[in-house]
Design a protein around this ligand. Structure first.
Ligand code: SF4
Length: 346
């Protein structure tokens, strides 16, 4: 796979000249995108293209210099390097800072700003993380994230997963990876077969737009699913990319058709250099309301915000009624609902 490390080269691949201001943005937040993902962009309308907006620098990234780079306070919740322990029963393990693409909306942009990159996890770091987990039997779930853990060479990835899976208190391992979206062929049959053998292993990927659900991406998810790995999707609501109910309906329909469950739709975190993607929470609620009469619950993800200062996720829902009266699915009438006989009688 060919990778591009500059906006100028990526634009040239599209047959376009890079705007002058792009260089200033990528000096701060580098470009990294591959042949496959660039091929999903419509060059004729690249400025409005939802795929280009996820991959190519935008001057808006430099507009906000006051927001935090780490509003979720991840760095403060690391009892040992690489391990974020925010909630009692689960942790996040940062396996590497490398990714197959640098997404412009990335909430861990701090890890790759100015060309910095978190190295692959070392033997010592993995041993320290495993030691911490062994000493905290209340932890039952490990999300292996990064960066993208599928950037690790397969033997290293295998060793890491086996080390975590061998801990008696760990019941669930979640692999957080955008690889089916940005480099589908990297999800090899070998990786899928290995994941399928690990009890309690789930795969969480990150499609944001229906055009990302290509035949190659569907095949990558299919390899995992056929190997016995459940696959869920976490999208981010992104202004100018997918903040349109028709676009998201198409995305979620395509995902359930390939047996990938839409799990979360997140509002953009208040992270420096990504805030121009924020839509406001109300937009997400409007989109959920649009879905209600149209989409089966299988296709509808939980809409959520992740609170700053490590406050955790809050699932949000439109209000459909109160005091025992609720709007019907088309919101044309209110219907009384008694949870016990006579509850609502005067
Ligand atoms: S793949 Fe994930 S971690 Fe990597 S740049 Fe994209 S959003 Fe960030």
């Amino acid at each position: 796979m060919k990778f591009y490390r500059s906006g100028r080269d990526a634009m040239a691949r599209l047959g376009l000249a890079a705007p002058a201001e792009m260089a200033g943005v990528e000096a701060r937040f580098p470009v990294y995108v591959n042949e496959y993902y660039l091929g999903l962009i419509d060059p004729a309308d690249w400025k409005n293209d939802p795929i280009a907006r996820q991959a190519l620098p935008d001057v808006a990234e430099l507009a906000d210099r006051s927001s935090s780079f780490d509003p979720l306070a991840e760095e403060e919740q690391m009892p040992v390097p690489r391990l974020i322990h925010r909630f009692e029963d689960r942790v996040v393990l940062l396996a590497t800072g490398r990714c197959a693409m640098r997404c412009r909306f990335c909430f861990r942009k701090r890890e790759w700003a100015d060309g910095a990159e978190l190295a692959d996890i070392s033997e010592c770091e993995l041993a320290a993380a495993a030691h911490y987990l062994a000493g905290h039997p209340e932890i039952h779930e490990v999300l292996i994230s990064g960066g993208d853990p599928l950037m690790l060479p397969f033997p290293r990835l295998k060793q890491l997963v086996e080390t975590i899976a061998a801990l008696p208190s760990i019941e669930v391992i979640r692999i957080g990876s955008r690889m089916p979206v940005v480099w589908p062929e990297r999800v090899t049959a070998e990786i899928a077969a290995f994941f399928g053998e690990v009890p309690g292993l789930w795969f969480a990927t990150h499609f944001n737009h229906p055009r990302e659900v290509t035949s190659e991406a569907a095949a990558a998810c299919g390899r995992l699913i056929r190997a016995g790995v459940p696959v869920v999707n976490q999208s981010v609501l992104l202004r100018g990319v997918n903040d349109d109910p028709v676009v998201l309906e198409a995305l979620f329909r395509r995902l359930i058709a390939i047996r990938v469950k839409p799990h979360y739709l997140f509002h953009v975190d208040p992270v420096q250099a990504v805030r121009h993607f924020a839509t406001g929470v109300e937009r997400g609620l409007e989109i959920l309301r649009y879905f209600r009469p149209r989409l089966s619950s299988l296709a509808v993800p939980t809409f959520a915000i992740d609170l700053p200062e490590g406050g955790g996720k809050v699932a949000l829902q439109p209000q459909y009624g109160c005091n025992g009266e609720y709007y019907d699915i088309h919101e044309t009438k209110r219907i009384r609902y008694e949870t016990a006989p006579g509850e609502l009688s005067e």
